[in-house]
Design a protein around this ligand. Structure first.
Ligand SMILES: *Cc1c(COP(=O)(O)O)cnc(C)c1O
Ligand SMILES: [Zn+2]
Length: 406
């Protein structure tokens, strides 16, 4: 694909050969780059079933010697939930279960692009700072590709995510600090040693991988686009990518609209929402982030400019939800649909519940970005208790009677 890089802040266009990560004039925070497609494919076809995300190759900035991670990524299921939609007053509702990717989150879509680029550059070590999922994704996909990964996570990351890193053989630095501190530390070390960066927003190719999520929805829904697309927001890359995927589909003449994109943040980590509502997208408002939804516990979002600009362009907005609402959403989503999301995944459902009254009669797709098994401890705080019984039928019947099941 023929493409260039455009600075979101100052508008300068770069040749991909000249710039690797961000706009040299605007710096790493505001100078995030957008991949601008030179020419849209005329008659694309999408073989999701056998290719996964690579069904969108013609829309991706791949090099001639492009490397495909030998794991199946994408083509995750989408479920239509008519009766749940009805209950909420919506005309239709779809659940996109991206926890079904190889390492259990949406991040695999982006990591595949980072690996492709690193291979082209003949760099064998990739690093990232992550709240957890970008890290487990990088660890898993580099392992499959015979590469090395160096990973910086806050030491508070959920155990399943840290275990995933170690199982895949990553070198793990559990930073005694926040994600935001881990991020700055990783950049300093990664730059010094010339490793390839899989850091959100810094690397413009990640978003291109992520946009396959919404392109997939378009194909799966036979190019009939819902009114709203709802997803949780930390750094702001995923929400931006959802917009870009739908936009690329429209630009290629395959669809006729872009949904209003709704970004859902945790109340204790709503930095992107605050910046959006201030109206000054180039003056990010940073905060101290706290949230049970570790994947979106970001106080210094790296893709804030893009997220604000593109959500606004879509006609969407941001909402925030409490940890309590997220916890309840994990349980309700699982019981209504059978999809078990991690806190940041179920946050999209919590966001939908919050705005449902104001979008009556409309259709929506929500992206469940991470698998619930990644953080069972948080979910457990919102479940009912286990019934402990002796190996005796009488004991079992006593319990069943007590809870009114017999
Ligand atoms: C990373 C992540 C997000 C948010 O993505 P950003 O690009 O940081 O906004 C949401 N949900 C899950 C499960 C994630 O891992
Ligand atoms: Zn710039």
């Amino acid at each position: 694909m023929n493409y260039s890089l455009k600075c979101l802040n100052c508008g300068t266009i770069y040749d991909p050969k000249d710039v690797m990560y961000t706009c040299p004039k605007c710096g790493p925070r505001l100078g995030t780059l957008e991949i601008v497609i030179g020419e849209y494919p005329r008659y694309p076809s999408f073989d999701l079933k056998s290719k996964g995300i690579w069904a969108f190759s013609e829309f991706l900035p791949l090099d001639e010697d492009h490397h495909e991670v030998p794991l199946f990524i994408g083509n995750t299921p989408i479920y239509e939930k008519k009766s749940l939609a009805q209950k909420m007053g919506l005309s239709d509702l779809w659940i996109k279960d991206d926890g079904r990717n190889p390492t259990g989150s949406y991040k695999d879509r982006a990591t595949a692009m980072a690996i492709s680029k690193a291979k082209s550059l003949h760099v064998n070590t990739i690093y990232c700072a992550s709240t957890g999922n970008a890290a487990s994704s990088l660890a898993g996909l580099t392992a499959a590709s015979g590469m090395k990964s160096i990973i910086f996570v806050p030491k508070t990351a959920p155990e399943a995510k840290i275990t995933q890193l170690l199982v895949y053989g990553a070198t793990v630095m559990a930073v005694d600090g926040t994600y935001d501190e881990a991020f700055d530390l990783s950049m300093e070390i990664g730059n010094e040693f010339g490793w390839y960066s899989r850091n959100s927003a810094i690397n413009p190719y990640l978003l291109e991988g992520k946009k396959t999520g919404s392109m997939e929805v378009a194909v799966q829904l036979d190019f009939k686009i819902p009114d709203f697309a709802i997803v949780s927001v930390g750094d702001g890359t995923v929400v931006s990518s959802i917009y870009k995927g739908f936009k690329d589909m429209k630009m290629a003449g395959l669809t006729d609209k872009i949904p209003k994109v709704i970004g859902v943040q945790s109340e204790g980590a709503n930095a992107v929402m605050r910046t959006f509502e201030s109206g000054h997208f180039d003056r990010p408002i940073d905060i101290d982030a706290h949230s049970m939804a570790d994947s979106i516990a970001v106080g210094k979002p790296r893709d804030v400019l893009k997220a604000c600009k593109w959500v606004k362009e879509s006609g969407g907005y941001f909402v925030s939800v409490t940890d309590e609402e997220i916890g309840k959403a994990i349980i309700e989503l699982a019981r209504e649909t059978g999809v078990f999301g991690e806190p940041a995944g179920a946050a999209a459902y919590a966001g939908l519940k919050k705005i449902a009254k104001s979008i009556q009669g409309k259709s929506a797709v929500i992206f469940i970005t991470g698998n619930g098994l990644k953080d069972v401890k948080s979910a457990r705080n919102f479940t009912s208790q286990v019934n402990y019984v002796k190996p005796d039928p009488k004991d079992v019947k006593d319990v069943l009677r007590k809870i009114g099941l017999i």
